[in-house]
Ligand binder design. Structure first.
Ligand SMILES: C[S@@+](CC[C@H](N)C(=O)[O-])C[C@H]1O[C@@H](n2cnc3c(N)ncnc32)[C@H](O)[C@@H]1O
Length: 245
């Protein structure tokens, strides 16, 4: 049901396990595409920020041999650890953490990865400066976040079918160009990727159908996705490196 030739690594994961961790569009597809924009090397320390039930954390540890700190606010760390343990991976530490009050030393991580969570806390002007403090100089930041193909500010309205499901929260769904400017202007990072996921809408729709089948009830995002037909909805794939010696 979720086999996809564009995501060979994700295809190696049991569909039921991935669907059981559902909190939004296919996290492994998003991460697999995002990781192509990063240079993740075995042994690196990676913060998976807003890791939810931890599918992405397990994937990072298993596929790239990195050590992962899976930090999340809503999901209990024991629940996440149990979900991750199914994959039999070592090297993932789960913890409850709020994205603005992270319990780590500055310069601790080689990379911060964030899949479908940045939109909840990362849009404030001062957040990039906060999060990059936890990276080594030259450390990597990778974000996959819901995006609209046009800025709400430019449209002058939130498209009705999107407003119906997410309301004002769609204000956080910026274009890739918005993110590129927002990050580059700080001179804190060098932006290495800021693009739309071309298949973002279609992937989200496929996931939403799979979730509906798995749960035996229509997924909440389906109406919005079907009404959209790819006009506005996709994901932004963002990658950057901190500047500094
Ligand atoms: C849509 S879920 C995605 C979870 C996971 N990354 C995935 O793709 O399956 C968003 C996650 O962001 C986390 N989150 C939201 N606000 C947060 C905050 N202020 N600090 C830390 N995590 C937060 C929630 O706990 C939730 O698990």
């Amino acid at each position: 049901m979720l086999e996809n030739p564009r995501f060979p690594r994700s295809n190696g994961y049991d569909t039921e396990w991935v669907l059981a961790g559902d909190m939004g569009p296919h996290p492994l597809w998003l991460l697999e595409e995002l990781a192509d924009e990063l240079d993740l090397q075995s042994g690196m320390r990676v913060l998976d920020l807003g890791s939810g039930k931890g599918a992405t954390s397990a994937f990072l540890a298993k596929e790239y041999g990195v050590r992962v700190w899976a930090a999340d606010l809503w999901i209990d760390p024991t629940t996440a650890a149990e979900h991750i343990a199914v994959q039999g991976v070592e090297g993932v530490t789960t913890l409850k953490a709020e994205a603005h009050a992270l319990p780590f030393a500055h310069g601790f991580f080689d990379a911060v990865v964030c899949v479908d969570a940045w939109e909840y806390f990362g849009t404030a002007d001062n957040y990039l400066a906060y999060i990059t403090k936890f990276l080594v100089p030259g450390g990597q930041l990778g974000v996959a976040t819901p995006a609209l193909r046009r800025e709400v500010r430019e449209l002058g309205f939130i498209p009705e079918h999107i407003k119906k499901l997410v309301g004002w929260e769609a204000l956080a769904w910026h274009t890739a160009d918005w993110w590129r400017f927002q990050w580059e202007i700080t001179e804190l990072v060098e932006v290495t990727a800021a693009r739309f996921q071309e298949s973002g809408w279609a992937d989200w729709l496929a996931w939403s159908h799979a979730v509906s089948t798995y749960r035996g009830e229509r997924d909440g995002a389906l109406d919005m996705l079907e009404a959209d037909q790819g006009e506005y909805l996709t994901f932004a794939i963002l990658a950057a490196r901190t500047v500094g010696a």
